[in-house]
Design a protein around this ligand. Structure first.
Ligand SMILES: C[S@@+](CC[C@H](N)C(=O)[O-])C[C@H]1O[C@@H](n2cnc3c(N)ncnc32)[C@H](O)[C@@H]1O
Length: 280
């Protein structure tokens, strides 16, 4: 989180944060506090560590520990967080990902209907796209959200190295895509770059995105696409133990089943970026 902004408490996005258990809006815990937030319904306090606000259900628990599936856990590793923007992400080019600048341009184009609103960069990692989305000046507030503590720490380090981000309205949140800490129908846009294939349940994730979007809100995501015949697809997925890639028809069907309309997509080899909207 942009610590300065959060401590000043002037971020528009802050008012939209909700309890991940009951989805009711959070209240500052104490007068003008921007380090701790309270859910009056669940009687639970969520705290910032100075970098990000932890809004996972397990935030603050001392004894209970939960391990997610490998495609979530691997990104919590400090070494992966460190190399992510130092070669790891660039390697996606092998599969047809056009690269950060071009992907950002494509995403901003799709996000046009949400200009001037609050944008959540879901599964933002170390902020490669969040920073670009923020610098575009097209959104009043940008919330970077990821499950990985180390990715968010790396994000904050990049923010501190970049003076052009000093006075921007950025909030960093740790949360699980399966339990997004926002009330229903409150967010203008959600961007999720190269993340759907990493989520524990992509359908739960897209359902959550649909729940938090305002009427007319926009969802833009990129992921792995592969045209593959049905029997091979099934054998591969069961052997791999995850989805990993989709046909375009599958992604369109998933969005439609979660109540999203106006599907549109761009494809380059195994890269697909798609957009869908919450009906107005
Ligand atoms: C391949 S990276 C994509 C990062 C960035 N959006 C991009 O386009 O380069 C996938 C991200 O998904 C995040 N992720 C995995 N499981 C998650 C979950 N359950 N909830 C939220 N984020 C998750 C990881 O921590 C990781 O930062």
């Amino acid at each position: 989180m942009d610590v300065k902004k959060v401590e000043e408490g002037d971020g528009k996005g802050l008012a939209l944060l909700a309890c991940p258990i009951c989805f009711k809006p959070l209240q500052p815990d104490g007068q003008k506090s921007t380090k701790k937030f309270q859910c009056d319904t669940c009687n639970k306090v969520y705290a910032s560590n100075g970098t990000y606000l932890d809004l996972t259900i397990t935030a603050g628990l001392k004894d209970y520990e939960e391990v997610m599936q490998p495609s979530t856990e691997m990104f919590r590793n400090p070494a992966i967080s460190f190399i992510y923007e130092r070669g790891y992400r660039q390697a996606f080019g092998i599969f047809g990902y056009p690269g950060a600048d071009e992907e950002l341009k494509l995403a901003n184009k799709y996000l046009e209907p949400a200009g001037g609103g609050v944008l959540v960069d879901l599964s933002c990692a170390s902020g490669l796209f969040t920073r670009g989305l923020l610098k575009s000046g097209l959104y009043t507030s940008v919330i970077g959200l990821d499950f990985s503590e180390n990715m968010l720490e790396q994000f904050q380090a990049f923010v501190q190295e970049d003076p052009s981000l000093n006075n921007t309205d950025l909030i960093l949140v740790r949360a699980d895509v399966g339990r997004l800490p926002f009330a229903t129908g409150t967010i203008d846009a959600v961007h999720a770059g190269a993340a759907l294939h990493c989520w524990p349940s992509p359908s739960n994730g897209v359902a959550e995105v649909s729940r938090i979007l305002k009427p007319g809100g926009v969802f833009v995501a990129s992921t792995n696409a592969l045209d593959i015949i049905e029997p091979v697809k099934q054998v591969f997925r069961r052997a791999y133990g995850a989805t990993g890639f989709w046909t375009e028809r599958e992604l369109k069907e998933l969005c439609g089943s979660c109540g999203l309309v106006n599907w549109s997509s761009i494809r380059n080899s195994n890269f697909i970026m798609f957009s869908a909207q919450k009906p107005s």
